[in-house]
Write a protein that binds this ligand. Sequence first.
Ligand SMILES: C[S@@+](CC[C@H](N)C(=O)[O-])C[C@H]1O[C@@H](n2cnc3c(N)ncnc32)[C@H](O)[C@@H]1O
Length: 301
Amino acid sequence: MNRTPDGSEPTDAPWTVARVLAWATEDFRNRGTDSPRLEAELLLAHVLGWDRLRLVLERQRPLATEELGRFRAVIRRRRTGEPTAYILGQREFYGLSFRVDARVLVPRPDTEALVDVALRQTRPRFMSGAALDLCTGSGCVAVAFARLRPTWEVTGTEIEPGAAALARENALRLGAWNALRVVEGDLFAPLEPNERFDLIVGNPPYIPDGEISRLPSDVRDHEPRRALAGGADGLELIRRIVAQAPSFLNPGGVLALEIGCDQGAATRALFRAHGFVAVEVDRDLGQRERVVSGVIDAMMP
Ligand SMILES: C[S@@+](CC[C@H](N)C(=O)[O-])C[C@H]1O[C@@H](n2cnc3c(N)ncnc32)[C@H](O)[C@@H]1O
């Protein structure tokens, strides 16, 4: 007698790829998962070691008992709220496949807006230069930028040694030789005092501490708290970065930071108060304010 993939109900019909997928999709949908079919396909393809196309081509193939057992174990992990990206061990960002695990925040599609701004800000200005990615995490921003600006030298800083190690691994795997320098420490602290950059980007933690408990459980219980919590009003790190960045920027250099969608006005005011001009806000895919950027006034002392 067969059982459903979660082991709960007996059934006589064979568990083909198509049937397992239909069952898992329905199960995820009932649990409120955003993209139930996609998650079911990604997880089953991962368990079988296939690409997603093969799931279509071999949809009538019955799963072996051992394959069903491995899929069951994956379903159990997902049901505890563990993000699919951690189970798969990878996540797509800016067309690149990054290794991810519980040491780092899962790269978000909205953060691609930060890379867009970095590319736009560097296109007309410099043939090459030095860029800094604060709070680099998995290295997704630094590596995506470095791949598209191969003549630039890219440095990442990250306070968690485990995350810094993963960022280095991603840079190496993805061939971003110019972004292999990831230094550990608090924001600018691990840099030499005389280092200067033409571009500083960052996606710091910016969620107000009091809102962490209201986040979905996949985020709250599984992603690193240090990647999320931005102090009482969420702006603690943003404030420190905007205040210190002018000392590390070359004249005319650019600072671009990802923000929470309701932090645009406060962050713009901080940029202006610290001598940034041409301050702009870019929106993410959902048209929410997501990236504030500005140019350090070359006349500032
Ligand atoms: C929101 S995550 C961003 C990760 C990655 N850049 C991304 O966009 O997916 C913030 C990262 O900043 C790191 N971090 C938190 N406080 C920091 C600090 N004071 N200095 C450097 N890194 C810090 C966290 O460990 C985490 O990896």
